[in-house]
Design a binder for this molecule. Structure first.
Ligand SMILES: NC(=O)c1ccc[n+]([C@@H]2O[C@H](COP(=O)([O-])OP(=O)(O)OC[C@H]3O[C@@H](n4cnc5c(N)ncnc54)[C@H](OP(=O)(O)O)[C@@H]3O)[C@@H](O)[C@H]2O)c1
Length: 290
């Protein structure tokens, strides 16, 4: 049986939906907050819930629960690794962070978790997910009203670009790896994904000029990009959770430094990547309408 954690979330929900559409697979969901008979209760903040949740599981799709301070995320991920080992799970597939994000503050918890998994007594596959296309889409949408008025799109990206990927592409890759891992266990075939790390980087990068072009297409007027100093952005993030503000600034710093350039992506081996500029334009259009 395959169990997906965190299925009230967008990524995990899409992975579970994809697995349930595959003939012959037994797939279940787990959640700290979701309800329903088909969903097991697994709260990483309450380790005592995990023994029952992971019972009888062959393949665990462990979706990171990263929206918290690092100490909370490390505690959550540490108990998942321990509980999976205790429950006799045969193969864990962990959704991590792509290599281009090595200098992001969120990398710490992902690399720590990868190291814990490497020492665990089960097979492991690490899916190093690229950044979601919704990140630049959110920036473009935030700047759309001003761009419509002034013809200027302002964002704190310098001249850097970030490789981004559709979340649904990441879900599709996870579905394929989990289904094949389960198949190999069930048939006794060599476990093709055991011990593998896949870089699921976006295959297209976007920066300020690209987002200005997207906005020009959506708004039907010329739009020019202008960078914003990080010092001007920091006060604007005061409404976010403190950890979230830190991670957001870290993302902008990395883009400015040109550190988010991907060198290699395994994504096309699993799915035909969706064109991210079209996705961003669609998200901006939908956001303007709502
Ligand atoms: N690649 C990227 O650009 C990017 C961006 C943002 C985040 N992420 C990471 O990718 C993960 C999935 O992204 P998403 O877009 O699906 O996020 P999302 O829709 O906001 O979902 C948040 C996830 O955190 C889980 N979670 C929260 N508290 C939990 C707890 N106590 N125990 C177990 N799970 C808990 C939720 O599961 P339940 O509520 O069902 O338990 C859900 O799967 C995030 O959690 C984060 O670590 C990646």
């Amino acid at each position: 049986m395959i169990l997906v954690t965190g299925v009230s979330g967008a990524l995990a929900g899409a992975i579970l939906g994809g697995l349930r559409a595959v003939d012959g697979l037994e797939a279940a969901g787990a959640s700290s907050s979701g309800h329903g008979a088909a969903v097991r209760h697994a709260d990483f903040d309450r380790p005592e819930t995990l023994d029952d949740a992971f019972a009888g599981v062959d393949v665990l799709v462990f979706v990171s629960a990263g929206y918290a301070e690092d100490d909370v995320v490390l505690a959550r991920h540490g108990v998942v690794v321990r509980a999976a080992a205790g429950a006799g799970v045969k193969h864990v597939i962990y959704t991590s962070l792509a290599a281009s994000g090595e200098h992001l503050t969120i990398a710490l918890a992902h690399r720590w978790t990868e190291a814990r998994l490497a020492g665990a007594p089960f097979d492991v596959t690490v899916l190093r997910n690229g950044l979601y296309a919704e990140i630049p889409a959110g920036l473009a949408l935030a700047g759309a009203a001003a761009a419509a008025e002034s013809g200027v799109f302002a964002a704190p990206l310098g001249q850097g670009r970030m490789p981004v990927v559709a979340r649904d592409d990441l879900a599709a890759a996870a579905v394929r790896v989990a289904a094949e891992a389960w198949h190999d266990i069930a048939t006794g075939a060599p476990r093709r994904h055991a011990g593998r790390t896949y870089e699921l980087e976006g295959v297209a990068a976007v920066g300020g000029d690209d987002l200005a072009q997207v906005l020009a297409g959506v708004l039907g007027r010329p739009v020019e990009y202008r960078t914003v100093p990080l010092g001007d952005v920091r006060p604007l993030l005061a409404g976010l959770e403190a950890y979230q503000a830190g991670h957001t600034l870290s993302t902008f710093s990395n883009v400015n430094a040109g550190l988010l350039e991907a060198r290699h992506s395994d994504l096309p081996a699993f799915v035909q990547p969706r064109p991210v500029r079209d996705l961003i334009a669609a998200e901006v259009r939908a956001g303007i309408r709502s």
